[in-house]
Design a protein around this ligand. Structure first.
Ligand code: FES
Ligand code: FES
Length: 174
C-alpha cells in the first residue's frame, strides 16, 4: 500500500529524541512520532491500541509478543518502533483475511489449544510463519521451530495438533 508522510509539528527542543515512523499495520498506513527508545511492542499496544500482541517477559524469552514484519516473525519487545519505518507489520488482529477466523485460529479452537490464552497470539503468529516457511512437516519440526513460544498452561500437545492439522490441509491444497 502506498503511504504518504506528512509534517504537522513545529520542531521543539525534544525533537532529537523522537523519530517519525511511517509503516503499514494490518494493511492500514500508520504514522507514529515515537521516542527513539520505544519498542515495537509498546508502539503497537500503547500507541496503535492493538493489544492482541501480548507483553510477557519483555526481554525476548517467551514469544508472547511475536508479530510479522515484512512477512518475517519477530519479537516485538526486542525491536524498536523506529526499525519498522517503511515496513509492513502484521499483528494477530490482522492474521485473518476478512471477518472469518484464520484456519489456525479455527484449529486452535477445535483442538482446545489454549487455556488462559495469553500466549495464543504469539503462538498463532509463529505458527503462521512456520506454515508459510514449510517447516511444519512433522511434530518434531513444529516443536523445534516453535520452541521460542512458551505456554505457561502447558497446552503444547494441542498446539502441535492444531498446527499439524492446518499443515496437512495446506498440503492437501485446502
Ligand atoms: S514479551 Fe517479547 S519475548 Fe516475551
Ligand atoms: S494458553 Fe495460557 S500461557 Fe499459553
Amino acid at each position: 500500500m502506498k503511504t504518504t508522510r506528512t509534517t504537522t509539528r513545529t520542531p521543539s527542543v525534544q525533537d532529537e529524541y523522537f523519530v517519525d515512523v511511517l509503516t503499514v499495520v494490518n494493511g492500514s498506513p500508520h504514522q507514529w512520532r515515537v521516542d527513539t527508545r520505544t519498542t515495537l511492542l509498546e508502539a503497537l499496544r500503547d500507541t496503535a491500541g492493538l493489544t492482541g500482541t501480548k507483553r510477557g517477559c519483555d526481554q525476548g524469552a517467551c514469544g508472547a509478543c511475536t508479530v510479522h514484519v515484512d512477512g518475517v516473525r519477530v519479537l516485538a519487545c526486542l525491536m524498536l518502533a523506529a526499525q519498522v519505518d517503511g515496513c509492513s507489520v502484521t499483528t494477530v488482529e490482522g492474521l485473518s483475511d476478512g471477518p472469518d477466523l484464520h484456519p489456525l485460529q479455527e484449529a486452535f479452537l477445535r483442538h482446545d489449544a489454549f487455556q488462559c490464552g495469553f500466549c495464543t497470539p504469539g503462538q498463532l503468529m509463529s505458527a503462521a510463519c512456520l506454515l508459510r516457511e514449510g517447516r511444519a512437516g512433522s511434530d518434531a519440526d513444529i516443536r523445534e521451530f516453535m520452541a521460542g513460544n512458551l505456554c505457561r498452561c502447558g497446552a503444547y500437545d494441542n498446539i502441535v495438533a492444531a498446527v499439524r492439522e492446518v499443515a496437512a490441509q495446506s498440503e492437501g491444497g485446502a
